[in-house]
Design a protein around this ligand. Structure first.
Ligand code: 13P
Length: 250
């Protein structure tokens, strides 16, 4: 039985004041426990302070990105050991905004995945096709390329402690969600691809869906057999909405 995971990717939003209110409301809302694990991924600059506020709480802390290098002359980068040092347990790698806007390729993303694990963090690897790729019937082959690149570099055993998030690019921030059947079809494909290398790991790994997840559509998405939770963008910035999504996963 896979414990559901609901992760909030705050992207480049927040301020110390807004974050404090959001975290306070989440802690209050989760006071009586949740049947899902909860992760928040604020911008780098806020991680340390939020990590301190989360001390002793059940909410886990993740970064939105990490360097492929542990240290060195890499101006502007933040390494996985640094993220661990400020209390992160997870780091997102390969988000489509990193792939598209910052030209991160599969090779770099695979190296980031390995660096994150080397530091003792759990990578949340994002994969997903564009609208053009879906319409050309290339969804499965795009996923195969993105996931295969990391499987080849890191090895399937590394997925024992990893999360994969399926985030169709056309559903991110667009208000257009994959239907539960579309999500299930791709999640089953991802699990099958991992199973072809290691059935046990495939069975236990959590696969999150991301792309316009809201309280109103979370229940039907999370009800699909291969959807083990969500990676939530916009809706994770509002405590009430995010709490309802967490409830939907339980
Ligand atoms: P939205 O939930 O805002 O569509 O964002 C999804 C996402 O990119 C999470 O990583």
């Amino acid at each position: 039985m896979r414990t559901p995971l609901v992760a909030g990717n705050w992207k480049m939003y927040g301020s110390r004041e807004r974050n404090a209110a959001l975290i306070r409301d989440l802690i209050l809302g989760l006071e009586n426990g949740a049947a899902a694990e909860v992760l928040v991924c604020p911008p780098f600059i806020f991680l340390h302070e939020i990590g301190r506020n989360l001390g002793g709480q059940k909410i886990r802390l993740g970064a939105q990105n990490a360097s492929a290098e542990d240290e060195g002359a890499f101006t502007g980068e933040v390494s996985a050991p640094m993220l661990r040092d400020v209390g992160c347990s997870h780091a997102i790698v390969g988000h489509s905004e990193r792939r598209i806007l910052f030209r991160e390729d599969d090779r770099l993303i695979a190296r980031k995945f390995v660096a994150v694990q080397r530091a003792g963090l759990t990578p949340v690897l994002c994969v997903g096709e564009s609208l053009e790729e879906r319409e050309a019937g290339r969804t499965a082959s795009v996923i195969d390329g993105q996931l295969g690149a990391v499987l080849d570099v890191a090895g399937v055993a590394a997925f024992h402690d990893a999360v994969v998030a399926y985030e169709p690019v056309w559903a991110i921030g667009t208000g257009r969600t994959a239907s539960p059947d579309q999500a299930q079809e791709t999640h089953a494909h991802i699990r099958g691809m991992i199973a072809s290398r290691d059935a046990k790991i495939a069975d236990s790994i959590r696969l999150l869906y991301g792309g316009s997840v809201k309280a109103a559509n979370a229940t039907e998405l999370f009800a699909m057999p291969d959807v083990d939770g969500g990676l939530v963008g916009g809706a994770s910035l509002e405590a009430g909405e995010f709490l309802r999504i967490i409830e939907a996963a339980a």
